[in-house]
Design a protein around this ligand. Structure first.
Ligand SMILES: Nc1ncnc2c1ncn2[C@@H]1O[C@H](COP(=O)(O)OP(=O)(O)O)[C@@H](O)[C@H]1O
Ligand SMILES: [Mg+2]
Length: 236
């Protein structure tokens, strides 16, 4: 209707994931799942604990390989990549945010945020400059020299968001990013993610139980019996 359809950034096709479970037993978690996420979209995945949300995010982000089926991100079929190429893809194309911040305890907020760029080979002064700007963007300009243990849970998660953005990813995957935060900090984090999606045209796939976050999403997908069912579009 006059609006140009955004391109598909992420596509999963006939995705299956089975985990071996002792002798001759398998746990079939993802069962022929298809999905598409367009550029700039914030897609949220909901489903009960144990339904396979983390498993799915790991497959989408190339942290684990599917038993069959494929994942295509930005026209790149992950199944053809070697482990080394996958690591490069994760570093350069993706941002990850986890339920527990996974920051390195012995490094400052600034160093944690700069890390993905340093791994990629960026020089320290340049990485430091960009990390400082990102910490400002998430409202932590006064916490740059603090270690994770000297930050609140909400602040730790915002550092993790800044780190996820450091290499200017096309796609950010988040696994219950507010699962460990109180309501006030959760809402602040969700507002930040929504602002980033809008300002930077970032694409998000987020697993969550949180209703405030599902209300902000463009699309809510329910993981039921190993496949995704489109939920109600949010009203906001
Ligand atoms: N590495 C693994 N090996 C074996 N089973 C696993 C592994 N990871 C997850 N599972 C199982 O797969 C199912 C889905 O888990 P998960 O993806 O963590 O679900 P969710 O994130 O929705 O809670 C659960 O039954 C879980 O025990
Ligand atoms: Mg999980």
């Amino acid at each position: 209707m006059g609006i140009v359809e955004k391109k598909i950034l992420l596509r999963a096709e006939s995705l299956h994931k089975e985990y071996p479970m002792g002798k001759d037993q398998r746990l079939h978690v993802i069962k022929g799942l298809d999905m598409e996420v367009r550029e700039g979209e914030m897609a949220v995945i909901v489903g009960p604990s144990g339904s396979g949300k983390s498993t799915l995010l790991h497959l989408l982000g190339g942290l684990d390989r599917p038993s069959s089926g494929k994942v295509v991100v930005d026209n790149l079929d992950l199944s053809v990549l070697s482990e080394e190429e996958l690591a490069g893809f994760r570093n350069q194309t993706l941002g990850f945010i986890f339920q527990f911040h996974h920051l390195l305890p012995e490094f400052t907020a600034l160093e944690n945020v700069a890390m993905p760029a340093l791994i990629r080979g960026e020089k320290f002064p340049e990485a430091q400059h960009r990390a400082t700007t990102l910490l400002q963007e998430v409202g932590l300009e006064e916490r740059t020299d603090h270690k994770p243990s000297e930050l609140s849970g909400g602040e730790q998660q915002r550092v993790a968001v800044a780190r996820a953005l450091m290499n200017d990813p096309r796609l950010v995957l988040a696994d219950e990013p507010s699962g460990n935060l109180d309501e006030e900090n959760s809402q602040r984090l969700h507002q930040l993610l929504a602002d980033l999606a809008q300002k930077r045209g970032l694409t998000f796939v987020i697993a969550t139980h949180n209703l405030d976050l599902t209300k902000r999403a463009h699309r809510v997908l329910q993981l039921i019996d190993g496949r995704l069912v489109t939920g109600l579009r949010s009203l906001s």
